[in-house]
Design a protein around this ligand. Structure first.
Ligand code: NAP
Length: 637
């Protein structure tokens, strides 16, 4: 960063600073002045319900803002920035903004994530002529042009590896293209839920809406010129490995219905986990006489105004839909099987203040540290709140003293929202420990919607669906004109939409028999050069953004291809014992978390009760495991 941009007429540093995240401003101050004396004072102390400024005293906040203003104006007037802080200072800064002494084994990982030295710390560079030549001789097929598929395309392009992306939809965006239900928005802060190398300083909201997210991913794909590599409206039917040629033959059907077989050295699936809508097996489901649809197949042609609407489900999706439609419908009946935990998030629907956008764009290094703060605040510390303490015996409601305390706080916050409705509270307080299922971000609109006079929350189980509506087990008929299924996805049915035939003609789903497993979520014995992103056991529950996982996975996969290019080997697949040992470790570790308890029920588990979705370790462990493949883990031929 050399010259300061001109201040706009309607914003200046002083106004902008009012909207600044103070710990991040303190980091920017070090970059502007080289002065670290303010890092010697007390560190921020964050708590679950705080404003993010870590309890820094108002007078200290004011002094910091004043110092940043002076330093910024001096820089703007031409004073050069001091040399970059030393490694030791950066370490101090990390500890300060985190509010804790960060363990040494996180530092390399966190420095990469912080990315002070480069815009893209994970950029792929295959520089030697030998590698460049080998890259050009490869052909890779990527399935899916959503968040992970776009990322894969960007990295393969950087590597110089020819590739094609097959996408069933007519546009980029995956889940952000498909989920167009009212209220759809991200529940991970946007300044973190974005590619590390493509920051957006202009997110309109902290948790932006679907259209904004779709726009971001589409824009990024276009920026990297990916459109020319994508076959839209094309479905992969099957991928078959040919032992003689060591190539994959991938049968695809285009929008004209014509089928074609493409060949590739490697196939990378980026099809996601949460996009095959699951309709519940409820008796009489097809007998309903009105419109009935899944949230991921929202019917824009069905006007809900003045209708009697039934919503089945109260997961992350229904939770977002309900407040959006409650005021416009005549009557809303919400069918809840289990209540979600609500995580207080006052700024969930709030606009990003103009001053904050300005700081992100103009104040040197503020954006990097703000992202770092968000990254750290969602990282492994919070995992401890959902870890089972074996000495704690209240497992029906909590899994540890910290988990029990969190429960109390969350229940208190719920009660504060609807003090006049103890009947509602009795229904919406979950009867399972926090962390068992995915919790949701709450700013009060959900309980306010449920408390409306035209809304009923029904907790008696559903008996059957009849032409007029939904009958509950107590014999009551809840009449409805429209049924909306917020009933989730076939999450544990990985790669459900196409056949994958590996060595010796073995089909992957027949191998898995509903119990999907992979090595590091990405590779499978007997399926050479077949890779999956967001595969088995790579879902994160409380600690972090799935984009971080995708970036780590894509790096690993591209490094596998690099290994093939470097060695001249044709294929690689994980050794069975390595794969099995990894899965045994994962299974054991998952038992140690709330979501892994025998009674826990959620989409994190498959039909056999195995946690097939979640990564039960720390983020740093996934990072370490995926920086590059260990050739010893693979059968290479
Ligand atoms: P979900 O979490 O699987 O929720 C499905 C809901 O339907 C649950 O309340 C479930 O009850 C209920 N249900 C299922 N079958 C039923 C039946 N036969 N009878 C009555 N109720 C039934 O699905 P989702 O809400 O679509 O969310 C899936 C995941 O997508 C989320 O966990 C999240 O990872 C992601 N997502 C993210 C966002 C975001 O970032 N903003 C938004 C939406 C979704 P039980 O709980 O009792 O099973």
């Amino acid at each position: 960063m050399s010259a300061a941009p001109k201040l706009s007429d309607d914003m200046n540093i002083e106004t902008a600073l009012k909207d600044g995240h103070v710990p991040s401003l303190m980091m920017a101050l070090v970059h502007l002045t080289g002065d670290t004396s303010h890092l010697e004072g007390s560190r921020p102390v964050y708590d679950f319900f705080g404003d993010g400024n870590g309890g820094i005293a108002p007078e200290t906040q004011a002094a910091i803002r004043a110092a940043v203003k002076d330093a910024y104006l001096a820089w703007e007037a031409g004073k050069p920035l001091p040399p970059q802080p030393s490694d030791e200072t950066i370490r101090k800064m990390m500890d300060f903004i985190a509010g804790v002494d960060i363990p040494e084994n996180y530092i390399t990982f966190l420095k990469e994530e912080l990315g002070l030295g480069a815009n893209d710390t994970r950029e792929v560079k295959w520089e030697s002529p030998k590698l460049k030549d080998a890259a050009q001789k490869m052909k890779v097929l990527v399935i899916g042009a959503g968040m992970s598929g776009i990322l894969t395309g960007i990295r393969l392009q950087q590597a110089g590896v020819p590739f094609e992306i097959i996408e069933k939809n007519p546009d980029f965006g995956g889940t952000w293209f498909e989920n167009a239900y009212p209220g759809c928005r991200v529940d991970n802060p946007n300044h973190l839920y974005s590619y590390s190398f493509e920051p957006n300083h202009d997110w309109p909201q902290h948790f932006s809406t679907q259209g904004v997210l779709h726009g971001y991913f589409k824009r990024t794909a276009e920026k990297y010129g990916l459109r020319k590599y994508v076959r839209f409206e094309t479905k992969v039917e099957e991928a078959v490995f040919d032992e003689k040629t060591s190539l994959w033959n991938v049968k695809v059907t285009g929008k004209d219905g014509k089928t074609e077989t493409l060949t590739a050295n490697a196939v990378i699936s980026a099809v996601g986990q949460l996009n095959q809508p699951k309709l519940p097996e409820i008796k009489g489901r097809d007998s309903f006489k009105g419109p009935a649809f899944h949230t991921a197949r929202w019917r824009k042609d069905v006007d809900l105004t003045g209708k009697r609407v039934a919503v089945i489900g109260t997961g992350a999706t229904a939770f977002q839909v309900i407040p959006e439609i409650a005021a416009k419908v005549k009557h809303l009946t919400v069918f809840q099987r289990s209540a979600p935990w609500l995580g207080p998030t006052p700024d969930y629907h709030a606009d990003v203040p103009a001053g904050k956008k300005w700081l992100l764009e103009h104040l040197p290094f503020y954006d990097k540290w703000y992202r770092f703060y968000l990254f750290w605040s969602m990282t492994d510390g919070i995992l401890e709140a959902v870890r089972v303490d074996p000495t704690w015996n209240q497992t029906k409601e909590s899994v540890s003293p910290a988990n029990a305390m969190l429960r109390e706080l969350l229940v208190m916050k719920m009660k504060e929202q609807v003090p006049e409705r103890p009947d509602l509270i009795a229904k919406v307080v979950p009867d399972y420990p926090f962390g068992t299922k995915r919790s949701v971000r709450d700013n009060g609109v959900y309980l306010a919607a449920l408390a409306r006079p035209n809304v009923d929350l029904v907790t008696d189980g559903i008996e059957e669906i009849v032409p007029e509506g939904i009958k509950t087990k107590d014999g009551k008929l809840h009449e409805a004109d429209v049924i909306i299924y917020g009933t989730g996805f076939y999450a544990s049915d990985f790669l459900r939409t196409f056949k994958i035939v590996g060595r010796s003609g073995e089909e992957l789903h027949e191998r898995w028999k509903g119990d999907a497993r992979a090595y590091l979520g990405m590779t499978i014995p007997g399926f050479p050069n077949f890779f999956t992103i967001y595969g088995p056991n790579t879902n994160i529950v409380v600690n972090g953004s799935i984009i971080f996982f995708s970036e780590a996975s894509v790096r690993y996969i591209v490094n596998c291809l690099k290994y093939l290019a470097e060695t001249g080997a044709k294929t690689m697949e994980p050794k069975k014992d390595v794969h099995d040992a990894f899965n045994a470790k994962v299974d054991e570790a998952n038992k140690g978390f709330a979501w892994g308890l025998p009674d826990a029920k959620s989409w994190y588990k498959n039909q056999f009760g195995r946690v097939s979705q979640n990564w039960p370790f720390r983020l740093v462990d996934y990072w370490n495991a995926t920086v590059k493949p260990d050739p010893k883990d693979f059968v290479v031929s």
